[in-house]
Write a protein of this length. Structure first.
Length: 226
């Protein structure tokens, strides 16, 4: 079994160590007076803070829906632009602007696509009669504008999610190191204080990790036969 602690295991390890420390604090404090109530409060606060950080790093269903909706709309618009490109070509006009827009949508470069959509809209408005004669709906410029606003809003929401997660990740690195330093301090003290007793196992990293990773067995109730 690997004794390397994965970042996602830090809070679980913290809970195990805290349970032992709370029970044994008076005994440990007799040897290490700085491990007092203030020390325990700081340990608890750091452990709770990281749990909050971890909850923020998990994508919510709403965030997943925002991402899915953004890329679904980009894909739908890209498909619709195939018809526009055909109408432009049939009218003998230049398709470069639409091709560039389609490329950004295909690559999910939403910022670039939103910037290009205004130019494409103005181009089709300038050639509205010719494009309508080829089959383009008169309402397509308005529909393109609606897509531009919708994609911009969804992309802004997506960027907020990405930036928030990055900030949480950056902040969490320091917090994880600080939590591990507290855990190590407690375990080192516990091993010395309880040397020669079975309690020492609870302050030994390999044994604590083993207990932490052990499968949790569910007890099945026995139903008496009638």
């Amino acid at each position: 079994m690997s004794t390397r602690i994965r970042k996602e295991e830090y809070t679980a390890l913290g809970d195990f160590v805290k349970a032992s420390f709370v029970r044994d604090q008076a005994t440990i404090k007799a040897r290490y007076p700085k491990m007092d109530a203030a020390f325990l409060a700081g340990f608890t606060a750091k452990l709770d803070a990281i749990k909050v950080l971890e909850s923020g790093l998990v994508l919510t269903e709403e965030q997943k829906a925002t991402t899915a909706s953004l890329y679904a709309e980009a894909g739908m618009l890209n498909k619709e632009l195939n018809f526009l490109s055909s109408y432009i070509a049939e009218a003998g006009l230049n398709t470069d602007a639409v091709i560039a827009l389609k490329s950004d949508l295909f690559k999910n470069n939403i910022e670039g696509a939103v910037l290009k959509m205004e130019g494409v809209k103005q181009y089709i408005v300038a050639h509205l009669a010719a494009l309508e004669a080829e089959g383009m709906s008169a309402s397509f410029p308005a529909a393109l504008e609606a897509h531009k606003v919708s994609l911009a809003n969804k992309n802004a929401a997506q960027n907020t999610i990405i930036n928030s997660r990055k900030a949480l990740t950056d902040a969490s690195n320091t917090d994880y190191k600080e939590l591990y330093a507290i855990i190590t301090k407690i375990m080192d003290a516990g091993k010395l204080v309880f040397d020669g007793t079975i309690t020492k196992d609870e302050y030994t990293i390999t044994r604590t990790i083993g207990k932490m990773r052990a499968p949790k067995h569910v007890k099945v109730p026995v139903v008496a036969e009638g």
